[in-house]
Structure formats: C-alpha cells, structure tokens
Design a protein around this ligand. Sequence first.
Ligand SMILES: Nc1ncnc2c1ncn2[C@@H]1O[C@H](COP(=O)(O)OP(=O)(O)OP(=O)(O)O)[C@@H](O)[C@H]1O
Ligand code: SF4
Ligand SMILES: [Mg+2]
Length: 325
Amino acid sequence: MSKLLEITDLSTHFFTRDGVARAIDNVSLSVDRGEILGLVGESGSGKSVTGFSILGLVDPPGRVVSGQILFDGQDLVKGGERLMRSLRGRRIAMIFQDPMMTLNPVLRIDTQMVETVLAHEKVSRSKALERSREALVAVGISAPDERLQSYPHQFSGGMRQRVAIAIALLHKPDLIIADEPTTALDVTIQAQILSEVQQLCANSGTALIWITHDLAVVSGLADRLAVMYAGRIIEEGPTADLISAPMHPYTKGLIESVPKGKQHGALLTQIKGMTPSLLKLPSGCKFNPRCPRADAACQTEPDLDPVIGTDRHVRCIHPHAEAGA
Ligand SMILES: Nc1ncnc2c1ncn2[C@@H]1O[C@H](COP(=O)(O)OP(=O)(O)OP(=O)(O)O)[C@@H](O)[C@H]1O
Ligand code: SF4
Ligand SMILES: [Mg+2]
C-alpha cells in the first residue's frame, strides 16, 4: 500500500519586491499511516511553509510552484482548493502555535465544536455535542460541561491549546499537522500535552507531523525525523538512528548544541556562522559556508539520497558514517 502522505520535489516560493524567496525547494517527504514525523529546523528553514503547502494555505505572494503532494493517492496540488476543502478539518487537521488561529473569540466553545462536527458529518446536534464533550475529556479537560459553555478568553493558554487540539481530533483525521503547538506554554504543560497528543494519535491511528525548532522535544515523540535547512530536507530517518549517529554535519551540529540533562555545565558546541538569506543562498551545498567538512566538491549541490542498506536519506557529499559502518 502507498504511504498516507507522499510529497515529491515540492517547491513553494514567495514572489516579493526584493526578489524570489525560495522558502522550500524540492522537498520530498513521506508519512505512513499512524506514524509520527518530527519536522525540525532553525527559524526560517521552511517548516511552516511546508505545513501550509500541504494544507493549501499558502497566501500570495507565495505559491506552490512545482511538485506533488499525494494524500492517500490524491494529488493535493492538482486537486486545488475544492479537494482541499473536502479534506481540511475532516481528514487532515492543523494545530497552530497560536490556538486563536483555530478558535473564534466571540463564540462559545460548544457552538464552535458542534459546528465543526456538523461541517463534515450528518449527525444530530445532541450527538455532536456529546462528541465535543468526549473530545474535551480526551485532551485532559476536567468539568467539560462547564468548559463547553465558556468563551476562549476564559481559559488559560494551555487550556486554549487543549481545546484547539480537541477540535483537530474531532473527526479522527488521518493526518494532523502540528506547528509548534506547545512552544508558548510552560515546560510541564508542554510535556503533558505532548504525551496526550501522542497517546490520542496512537489510539485513533492518526499520523502526525510535529513541526518544531526544538530537537529535544520532538526526539522523545517522533518515530522519524526530517531535518530542514534553508528550505531543504537535509537528513531524514528513524529518530533513534538519526540522534545516535547523525550523518549530515548540520544535524550533528544541532544535536551537539542540545543541552543534555546529565552533562550539567558542560560546554555546548554551537554551529558557527548564520543561516543564509533565502534571497541570497550560497552556490552548491547550502550549508557549505558553515560546514567543517566542506571542500571544493561541495560547490555542487548534493541530492537527498537514500543511504544504501538503511532506512535513511542524507543530502551531503561527505556524510558522517552511519552507526555500525
Ligand atoms: N508571507 C511571506 N512573504 C515572504 N516570504 C515568506 C512569507 N512567509 C514565509 N516566507 C519565507 O519563507 C521562509 C520560511 O518560512 P517558515 O515560516 O516556513 O519558517 P519556519 O521554519 O517555520 O520558521 P519559524 O521556526 O520561525 O517558524 C522565511 O524565512 C521567509 O523568507
Ligand atoms: S555537502 Fe559538503 S558542505 Fe554540504 S554538508 Fe556535506 S560536507 Fe558539508
Ligand atoms: Mg514556523
């Protein structure tokens, strides 16, 4: 059977007055049914644009310029807004960093949730209300009846995000794209929400793309990781393999810059240099001005190639050895 989501050579560019910002270039990614993929990278690397492109939510001056997004065999790029409207919220849902992107400030929670159910399903109002109530309980909200009658401003940030997650889960979608949904919350709430979402997805067989700049957060959650740099996927593979033996020099740098609990006070390695401007990308490998392994060969941009004998891909001419090699 084909994968649930299969993105091939997807490019989304922004046509600005200052030039063309190639926000994502030839991104290829796939997600299996029920799988959790962590999409990781620094600010500006193209993570959100990837998520928005999948959902058909890229606004001008941006547009998907090429590539294919196959969702359960249907091409979302070709299908356009009509196909997307029938899938969005029902089979593919998004959780944003700011829950108010999902919630309407002037409507009570019960109204919003019931309307969401009725948008895609022919059920009675009372059935829709019962489903909403169950969804709130599932995301750890106590006193759901009281909460249903409240407005978003009556909730804390963490509670608001829980409600947004409950809404995303209402239709038991096949895929959820979560764009830094816990970044604004305190660490304890973050950890709670993370494990609840993981559990809920496992129970309903929902696949999840968890977008974050925080490798430490996602490595405890994801089955696979895809690392982005300057609008490209530079490494992809099973989480444990990637963390224990990163092959791309950028991934290795990222991992070495994450503080580890046990090495309190140890010096962290920082990746030297700055993220390049998308309007003025270096020639060849986009990481070459910052890369300790760069040489003349890196003036040619490498492809994201499969690593023979493994379930991994890497975009590098001189990769580090994979574990056991
Ligand atoms: N509306 C826009 N107009 C012009 N350029 C844009 C627009 N939105 C995104 N971009 C370009 O796309 C790049 C990638 O943006 P994106 O939001 O995907 O980054 P990100 O990886 O999600 O970063 P962050 O961690 O800060 O959320 C940006 O650096 C910017 O150059
Ligand atoms: S291709 Fe070259 S410059 Fe790019 S990451 Fe690999 S070694 Fe570094
Ligand atoms: Mg983003």
